[in-house]
Design a binder for this molecule. Structure first.
Ligand SMILES: [Zn+2]
Length: 411
């Protein structure tokens, strides 16, 4: 940190000297390496590549550098441009677009450095057509296209692929729900009001707003499905406690509950990635309307207890939602997992909690701001629900279990 300040102070002095000399108006006109040489700026060589520190780059570009010690975030500003780097990731934000370096930034004498080639690429970006830029987003891809990549989740984070099959009597319960004259679905956008949920690392995007927008989009996607009656635990940015949310679902005699969240990790915040769907480990109580199985006594003896039956329906719904998310997103598929979250345990019906992506990851945060990404996620959840109600079989084995990396804060 001390080193950084010193370098910055030196740059300030040099900038004022440098400004006396004529220099090209467009940085891209003269190769950066040549500019560095004529300005006596030191370049560093690592694995055969030339690197430049951000204060030196700022000096060449007549810009300024800011370093935030708490987050490790370094920001370079020059003319109308803005470059943000984080210590652990090769993703950078340049003029509000996520760009990818081949390597993560290096610390040289205590300050951040990037390859000269990458700096040159950024400086020339204004002249490169948008579709040729190496922008890396998890933009929705057409059905199935991202599947292989999506399955490359980190070992240890997910369980083993399993064929999620239905136990005796469960298919009947699902089709019984689907055949009801009115199917009550409660959508639960997590957090709200003073509880912002997780917060994005770079833009400060609040989870509560993403969750709400996803729920409203999902409601809109499902609104034309016959017989489906949809309630939301909140329709605006207000705080609703967890007990009030489950009470709302129970009081409305809901058949299905979908809780929507974005994820956050305590460690590796900039690289944590992927989506996962949780289903209940246990149920405190189950609504009568959700368990009635009109079987004879012998069949009743063969079927699992009512709580288990609702858990199995929840697992099947989670698997269907996860399958559709995997077909829309190219982020890692973290599988479906059991959890004892309040919303899952205290709700008396088939319930799942979807974590659509890690908002703490700068790339995901940037993506979650895009309407088309939100629409794709909402639609994926909706398609999963429809496939569940329509008794569609699952297309492929689903990763079940695995470690719950982080319990979402207040869910
Ligand atoms: Zn949350």
């Amino acid at each position: 940190m001390k080193n950084f300040l010193r370098a910055g102070a030196a740059s300030l002095l040099l900038i004022s000297l440098f400004c006396l000399c004529p220099r090209p108006t467009r940085a891209a006109d003269i190769p950066l390496e040549q500019q560095a040489r004529s300005a006596n700026v030191t370049l560093y060589t690592f694995s055969g590549e030339k690197w430049i520190t951000l204060p030196d780059l700022a000096f060449l570009l007549k810009g300024s550098v800011n370093h935030h010690a708490a987050t490790g975030r370094t920001e370079l500003k020059f003319s109308k441009h803005n470059l943000v780097l984080l210590p652990e990731t090769n993703k950078v934000l340049y003029d509000n677009q996520v760009q990818e370096m081949k390597q993560t930034p290096r610390l040289v004498a205590g300050v951040m450095a990037i390859p000269v080639n990458f700096a040159t690429y950024l400086l020339n970006l204004a002249f490169i057509p948008a579709d040729q830029r190496s922008e890396t987003t998890f933009r929705p891809v057409p059905s199935g296209a991202g599947k292989t990549e999506g399955r490359e989740s980190a070992a240890g984070d997910t369980g083993l692929p399993e064929n999620v099959t239905l136990q005796p009597g469960i298919a009947e319960l699902i089709s019984k729900t689907a055949a009801k004259s009115e199917i009550v679905l409660v959508l639960d956008p997590g957090h709200g009001g003073h509880d912002s949920g997780a917060i994005g690392s770079i833009r400060g995007l609040e989870e509560k707003l993403v969750n709400l927008d996803l729920a409203l989009r999902l409601e809109n996607y499902l609104k034309n499905r016959p017989k489906l009656k949809i309630f939301l635990t909140r329709k605006d940015d207000t705080f609703v406690s967890l007990p009030d949310r489950t009470k709302f679902a129970n009081d409305n005699n809901a058949d299905l509950l979908i809780s929507i969240h974005t994820n956050s990790a305590r460690y590796n915040r900039y690289t944590a990635d992927g989506f996962e769907t949780f289903y209940p480990r246990s149920k405190a109580a189950v609504l009568a309307s959700n368990v009635s199985l009109e079987t004879d006594e012998i069949a009743a003896l063969l079927t699992p207890p009512s709580g288990d039956r609702v858990i199995q329906q929840s697992q099947f719904l989670a698997a269907h939602i996860q399958e559709r998310l995997a077909s829309w997103l190219i982020t890692p598929d973290r599988g479906i997992k059991k959890a004892n979250f309040w919303m899952l345990k205290e709700s008396g019906m088939t319930s799942v909690l979807v974590e659509v992506g890690f908002i703490c990851n700068p790339n995901i945060e940037a993506n979650l701001q895009q309407p088309e990404v939100r629409q794709a996620i909402a639609r994926a959840i909706g398609e999963g629900l429809e496939n569940y109600l329509d008794a569609k079989p699952l297309k492929s084995p689903i990763s079940v279990g695995g470690s719950v990396v982080e319990k979402p804060d207040n869910e």
